[in-house]
Every structure is written in structure tokens, then in C-alpha cells.
Design a binder for this molecule. Structure first.
Ligand SMILES: *Cc1c(COP(=O)(O)O)cnc(C)c1O
Length: 438
């Protein structure tokens, strides 16, 4: 296809580097206009880097990112040449031993961190446990972990468990979102928030809240599970103390991919992991009987890296180094704005509403769409190949991951939704039976 085949106006909009161009002024009115935008999309090539089944519109990349082709290639290579042939030598020859730092450094570009500040290890839940204890011990004269009552359950549970473990009258203070700034006072040891809400996609002002926390002597811990690879993040500019997050959502590391920990350089040697594993030791292969932690963020690596899943995440992050992130954020907004508008135009009559903020600067890269019958409607959508997910009580989530979602995908997904609502096909009894994973 040559550019001459597309209307001049569309080309101009797509090539304009001004954020407003794609974010605000491109409003395709027809499916054909969506296809034109897709042809002119500077990120169109990235979709071919993913192994996606034909006929599927995949809108669950905030739950499990799709498979980058390079990941399958690298995993096959690792299994044969590094594991089967290299055997134990590969800890040195293939650099397995350095993977938590090396992959962490690859991720630091996406997070706005400095080299050595990010380590890849364990799961988000376990990393939260380690970091939260480290922070509470540093602020041992304070009792409160301040968080939001609607935070992701594992974050709330881990905080409850940590407070139970440490004792000393410590408490988790979980308040409504609007009460967070007013609840910061000199009793708060840690402000623990998820940057982009897992349900509504509402995004906090990381810089303002971190600064407000610091003014009270409170340390900030951000969960970036729905942020990394979805929205711009600059941990250095925001002066964030610590952060954690998942590797398997927008970063596409694969099911159960290892998670990450960010510890700002100024806290190295001060914030300590409570899990004193040998891989967090300054010199694991000295086999020193006494624990001496790594001088940097490395103390947060507890045990042997999970090399198979680590290799998946590393390959997926290599893809990110070839992508212009500003283009990603712009396209995310444009896709979301298209979906919001189409849902309002096509589905309003059936009691469907968009629960995510309409203001793109306060929103992540997915949309929460509410309906009383959200669960059976989502099951009917999945049966048609439109894959999103459901969160109680009444939310359908649609991730608009710009790497492999097209404007035509969004258009078609809303058409399917409207047809399901109109025909009431979601009322089929099998759609009401909850599966284990929703
Ligand atoms: C997905 C998610 C997690 C998941 O934690 P795991 O330990 O990987 O199961 C944690 N926190 C938030 C905010 C999430 O969105």
C-alpha cells in the first residue's frame, strides 16, 4: 500500500509528531477510516512481531500480554543450546547469573530508572512483601501503611500480613482514593499505591503524591503492574523511593514471568530485604557463612533466577528497545478515545457505561465498561473471539495495548458488543456459570 492511497488528511494526522494529533483530532467515523488509520500507523509493524491467533481480537493484554514471536525463538534456543548443551556452564557462558540485573537494566528504560536500580525476581506479591518490610523497618518509629481501599487484593493482603508479622501496633490504613492526600501525616511510614487502578484504569499523579508523602517524611511504594509498558513512567523524575510490578502484563513476558523491584539508589544499603537469600549476598560464590547483602538493589534477589521465564521476559523487553514509546502512549489514547466514543454511540441504550476516567491524562491503557450482566456479556464476547475479562461486581475490562491492537479491532469489538446486547445472546444459561479464572 502506498501513502497515495489514503486521504491526505489522515496521513498528515498520523505523521504529525504532536501528541494532540493522534490523541485528540483523529476521530474515525467509519470502519473504513479505522482501516486507513491502521495503514498509516507507525506501530503497525509491531503487530507482526506477535503470534496471535487468526480471528481473535485480543483485549486482555493487561492480564496476560500476547506472545512475541522472538520469545518462542529465544526459548527454543535457550532450552537447546544453553540448557541441553551448555548445562551448568551456562551460568557463566550464557550469563544466567547476571540475568536479574541485566533484565532489570533493560526494563529501566521503560520505568525511567537508573542502571542497577531495577532487579527482576520473584513475583509481584513476594517483592511487595520484601520491600514493604524493608521500608517499615526504616521508619520503625511510625505505625501506618497508608493505601487505597480499592487497591488490588494481593497488595492489601500482603500489607495486612506484613503488619501482622511485624506487630508493634502497626496498621494498614485503607481509605477511599479521594482521602489519600488528606490522610498523609507524620504517623504514616509508607504510602503504598497502585499507579493505574486494576479495575477502573484511573491513574494517580505519581509525582505529586510522592512529593506530598516526602513532605511528611513518608516513603513511597508504587505498584506499576498496570503502568509499565502502558503509560509513561519516570521513577527518577518523580523521586520515587521504591516500586514493584509484573512482567506478564503489558511487558509480555509470558504467564508467571518474573516481576521486578525498583530501589532508588539513595536507599541502597538502607532499605534491606528481609529474605536473606544467597543470591542477595554480595558474593554468593564465596559461600560465606555470614550474610552480607549486595551493596545495591541486588539484596532483593533472594534465590536462583527462574531462567526459563526470565528468558521470556528478556526477549519481550528487547522488543521494547525497538519501539518508540511516545508513539505507544499516543496510540493508546487514540484507541481508548475511539472505544469510549463508539461505546457511547452504539451501546448507550442497553445500560452500558464507561467507568474509566474520560480525561486521558488520568487513565491507563485499559477501559472499564460497566453493565449489570458484565460476566455473561464477557463470556459471549469471548465466544465470538473478542477476549477481555471480568472483574466483580459489574466490570468488563478491555485492554487497548497499542503494540498489537488496531483501530479496526476496536471498531469491531464494539460492534460485537452491540450485537450481543441487542440480540440478548448473553442470556444463554452457560454464560452465567463462573469459571475459576474470570
Ligand atoms: C496483576 C497484579 C498483581 C499480581 O501479583 P502476582 O504476585 O504476580 O500474582 C499485583 N498487584 C497489582 C496491582 C496487579 O495488577
Amino acid at each position: 500500500m502506498t501513502p497515495a492511497m489514503y486521504p491526505e488528511s489522515v496521513i498528515t494526522q498520523m505523521t504529525n509528531q504532536n501528541e494532540v494529533a493522534l490523541g485528540k483530532h483523529v476521530h474515525p467515523r467509519t470502519r473504513a477510516e479505522c482501516l486507513e488509520l491502521d495503514h498509516a500507523d507507525p506501530l503497525a509493524w509491531v503487530r507482526d512481531e506477535f503470534d496471535l491467533p487468526d480471528g481473535v481480537i485480543y483485549l486482555a493484554g493487561n492480564s496476560l500480554g500476547a506472545l512475541p514471536r522472538i520469545v518462542s525463538d529465544n526459548l527454543h534456543g535457550l532450552i537447546q543450546s544453553e540448557w541441553a548443551d551448555g548445562l551448568v556452564r551456562s551460568w557463566n557462558t550464557a550469563g544466567w547469573i547476571d540475568a536479574p540485573r541485566r533484565v532489570g537494566d533493560k526494563l529501566s528504560g521503560v520505568l525511567g530508572a537508573r542502571p542497577g536500580e531495577v532487579m527482576v525476581a520473584d513475583s509481584t506479591s513476594v517483592n511487595l512483601f520484601k520491600v514493604l518490610i524493608g521500608l517499615l523497618r526504616l521508619r520503625s518509629d511510625r505505625r501506618i501503611v497508608l493505601t487505597e481501599e480499592g487497591n488490588f487484593p494481593t497488595d492489601l493482603y500482603i500489607a495486612q500480613g506484613v503488619v501482622d508479622l511485624l506487630g508493634g501496633n502497626r496498621e494498614v490504613h485503607a481509605v477511599p482514593r479521594a482521602e489519600i492526600p488528606g490522610s498523609l501525616d507524620c504517623n504514616v511510614a509508607v504510602l503504598m499505591l497502585t499507579h493505574v487502578d486494576y479495575a477502573t484504569a484511573e491513574m494517580y499523579d505519581m509525582q505529586a503524591l510522592t512529593q506530598a508523602a516526602h513532605e511528611k517524611g513518608t516513603l513511597a511504594l508504587w505498584d506499576l503492574s498496570h503502568s509499565a509498558g502502558a503509560v509513561p513512567v519516570d521513577l527518577t523524575a518523580c523521586e520515587v523511593d521504591t516500586a514493584i510490578g509484573c512482567g506478564y502484563k503489558y511487558l509480555n513476558g509470558g504467564p508467571g514471568a518474573p516481576a521486578y523491584v525498583f530501589l532508588a539508589e539513595r536507599w541502597w544499603g538502607e532499605v534491606q530485604s528481609p529474605i536473606w537469600g544467597w543470591m542477595g549476598h554480595a558474593k554468593p560464590f564465596d559461600f560465606d557463612p555470614m550474610y552480607r547483602p549486595d551493596a545495591g538493589s541486588g539484596g532483593f534477589i533472594a534465590g536462583t533466577p527462574h531462567m526459563l521465564s526470565m528468558a521470556g521476559l528478556e526477549a519481550a523487553l528487547d522488543l521494547w528497545t525497538r519501539i518508540d514509546r511516545d508513539q505507544v502512549w499516543r496510540k493508546s489514547r487514540a484507541l481508548s478515545e475511539l472505544m469510549i466514543r463508539r461505546i457511547e454511540e452504539r451501546c448507550d441504550a442497553w445500560g452500558v457505561s464507561v467507568a474509566s476516567p474520560k480525561d486521558a491524562t488520568r487513565r491507563g491503557s485499559h477501559l472499564a465498561v460497566q453493565h449489570q450482566q458484565a460476566y455473561p456479556i464477557m463470556r459471549a464476547l469471548i465466544d465470538r473471539g473478542v477476549i477481555g475479562d471480568y472483574r466483580p461486581p459489574d466490570v468488563m475490562r478491555f485492554a487497548l495495548t497499542p503494540l498489537y491492537t488496531s483501530f479496526a479491532n476496536v471498531w469491531d469489538a464494539v460492534e460485537h458488543l452491540a450485537e450481543i446486547l441487542e440480540s440478548r445472546s448473553f442470556e444463554a444459561p452457560e454464560y452465567s456459570q463462573k469459571l475459576k479464572v474470570t
